[in-house]
Structure formats: C-alpha cells, structure tokens
Design a protein. Structure first.
Length: 420
C-alpha cells in the first residue's frame, strides 16, 4: 500500500497502525444502526468510526430486515469508517490485522443448499413461536424463549411450512454475515447460546437435548439440528479468513485486501458484556436499545427453571442469566423523531442526537412520579408480560402536568418499566 501524503494534525500513531495494517475492524448490526469501529494496537483508543441507520419492517405479520439492506448498510458503514480514517489520520485502511462481526441475536435465517434465503429473515422481535417454545421448554426442562432460533425452527416444523425440507443451514444475523465473508458456518458460543442451549462443560450445544429433540421429531424432518446449525467456537479461536468475494461485499471499490483473519461472530449481548467489562462471574450489565435486557454472569448453574430467565453465555462460555424485554427505546425514539420533524417544520432543524440530549436533560427536571403521566412502550409483543402484539400508548389524568419534563421522564420510565 502506498503511503499518502502527510496531513497536518494527523494522529501519528493511528496513521502508523493503519499503514502497517495493525488495526482491528469491528462491525455490529444492531436493531437501528449498523456500526463500524476501528482500533489500533492501543485498544483503548478508537481510530475511526462509521455507521448507517436502518429499521426493521413489519411485513406479513413478521418483523424482518431485507438482506439487500444488510449489505448496503454494511457497505455504507464501512465506507464512512474509511472516510473518517482518511480525515483523521491521512491514511486509507486497505487491510486489517483482524475483523469481527456481531449482530442482534436469535431469530431465524434459513438458507437452502445453494445459499439462497428460503423465507424472509425472522428477527428476535417476533412472538409467533409460543407453541414451539412451550413444547421445547417442556422437552428440555429449561426455559426456551420465543425469540430463540430453535423455537423459530420448531414452529416452522409444527406449521408444516413448505420451506422446511429445503433447509441446509440456519443461523443468526452475525453468523450469516460472517459466513458470506469467510465461507465458514461458525458462531461464537455467546451467540450460539441464543440459538440452542449450551452445555457449559463442553462449550457446545447440549448433546442430551439434541438427542431428545431428534427423538421427538423422528422422521418428520430430513435433518438433525447439529447438521444445520453453525459450529460453535469460543473467543480466541480461529473462525476463518476474509475471501475475495467477502472483501468485495465490504468494499466494492476493490481496495480491501482479502485473507484477513476473523474472530468468531458474536451476538450484541456478548459485545455489551465485553464493552462494560462484565464477563467475570458475579458481574452484570444492562443493555438498553431497541430491546432492553439485564445480564448477570453466574458462578454456577441455576438450581431450577425460571420462565423469566434465559440461560446464555459469555463469549468465552461462562453461564449467564438474562432477563430480556422486547421493548426498550423504540417508542422513545419514535417520539424523538417526531420532535426532530417538528423542529424542521418550524424552520429550526436539529439532529436526532440533539433531540435525545434535550429529552434526557428535561427528564432530570421532571417530577419523580412524572405527575401521573404513564407510558407503555410496547411497540412489539412482550413475552415477559404476556403481550402477543404491541400497542404503545401514553395516558395521564386530566390534572397531570403534561410538560416536556414529565413527558420525557415518563418515557424513560417506560423504557425500563418492564425490565424492572
């Protein structure tokens, strides 16, 4: 790679790392934003970032994202990161020491033997798997949430969906992107634990439960789950290298070099645990986004099954108890978007981040009880409280103080209410 001319004020260490290919690229596909982040040899300093906003769609009673949107969004986030690196360091990244992919967990991406998607991507947000989840929870003796991949697969089998006999591979969003970049059908153990229960002793899918499911299904399906689910890997294991085809998916300009190693693809819960340094036993964190969930790393297995608790793992395989709520900040974001539009219509446009900043500051001035203003933020079904569909609403008594401060505080209470 030819070194570009020096740029005044460029950060020398970052520039050197970029030119030497001594950087690591992370791409996360979240529910509302695809983010790209570049770090150098000093992992505490971010060298460049890029992002792309997107949103799920509710089509034919299914929450989904189009695969075309996946790749256009990834490319836009990557291009924005490249531009940011050039602006800040005067150097264009053309190779990396490592790449990692993460994304929203669970859901259902099923492809056939030619690699074609059989049905639209079914995200974690769907709640049409209650029958399957109940059957599997009873069969396995552990809680199987509605959003888990095995629940989606089993529901498709129960509904005799025509695509089931054609299934060759089922994975998560991070697993799908990683597969297209490397050709490897693998998944980090944390993300895999949201597809099927993991045996903490082996760091792999629970063999006894796989056997139980195979016996339960008999000859009704032409596959066993292990054969169509990704291979499970732990943090630090080799997970493949970027192919030439994969490089072109990230960078259509052709300047990105192939043969870059990738780590196991992980779920957004795992990246949240790492980012908050909550991966050791007796640590925990709360992640608030489109969904909201609390995670506590356990010292040992739970003594009994709890319907509200999902058992997942850290990226290294330690057991984690998760309380997950489908509805987090979506309703708050919808209101923020309306205020952004109001400002634009008034001739004083503001950015989304500015709207959130105003709302959060106003919330601090609101009365502790929000003066009787109540917000129910259920934009989608909420299994934790037994809702099969979302109907967000705001209610108040006639004498409530409907100020921006009480409204904003009530919205924040709504974000955390179900989890609390």
């Amino acid at each position: 790679m030819t070194a570009p001319a020096s740029v005044p004020g460029a950060e020398t260490n970052g520039r050197d790392d970029i030119l030497a290919g001594a950087t690591s690229l992370g791409i996360e596909l979240g529910s509302t934003r695809i983010k790209a982040c570049l770090i150098g040899q000093d992992a505490t300093k971010v060298l460049a970032t890029g992002s792309h906003e997107w949103s799920n769609r509710f089509e034919n009673d299914i929450w989904t994202y189009a695969l075309d949107d996946v790749w256009s969004g990834v490319r836009e986030a990557f291009a924005a990161l490249i531009a940011d690196a050039q602006a800040r360091h005067g150097a264009r990244p053309e190779t990396f020491a490592a790449i990692g992919i993460s994304g929203m967990m669970h859901g259902y991406l099923a492809v056939d033997a030619t690699g074609e998607l059989l049905v639209p991507f079914r995200t974690w947000r769907n709640t049409n798997t209650a029958t399957a989840a109940a059957e599997l929870s009873d069969l396995f003796g552990v809680n199987i949430p509605l959003r888990w991949s095995i629940a989606h697969l089993h529901q498709a089998v129960l509904d005799a969906e025509p695509h089931v006999p054609e299934i060759d591979f089922v994975t998560t969003l991070a697993g799908y992107v990683h597969w297209r970049l490397t050709g490897r059908r693998v998944l980090g153990v944390g993300d895999a634990s949201g597809m099927f229960p993991i045996d903490a002793a082996t760091g792999d899918y629970d063999a006894d439960m796989l056997t139980s499911y195979g016996r339960r299904m008999g000859d009704s399906v032409p596959f066993d789950v292990r054969s169509i689910f990704p291979e499970v890997l732990s943090a630090g294991q080799a997970a493949g290298r970027l192919t030439a085809a994969g490089a072109s998916l990230l960078d259509p300009t052709g300047r990105l070099a192939p043969d870059i190693p990738l780590c196991p693809p992980e779920g957004d819960a795992g990246t949240g645990m790492v980012a908050t340094n909550s991966v050791a036993p007796r640590t925990g964190n709360v992640s608030a986004g489109t969904s909201i969930f609390a995670m506590v790393v356990l010292e040992g297995p739970l003594k009994s099954t709890h319907e509200e608790l999902d058992l997942v793992t850290t990226p290294s395989g330690d057991p984690v108890a998760m309380v997950h709520c489908n509805n987090g900040a979506s309703e708050l974001a919808a209101w923020a978007g309306m205020f952004v539009r109001f400002a634009a219509a008034a001739g004083r446009p503001i950015e989304n981040d500015e709207a959130f900043d105003v709302l959060f500051r106003e919330a601090l001035a609101g009365k502790p009880d929000a003066d009787g203003v109540l917000v129910y933020n259920h934009a989608a079904g909420e299994p934790v409280v037994g809702f099969t569909a979302g109907r967000p609403l705001m209610v108040r008594t006639p004498d409530s103080d409907l100020s921006l401060a009480t409204f904003a505080r009530a919205q924040l209470y709504g974000v955390f209410g179900t989890l609390a």
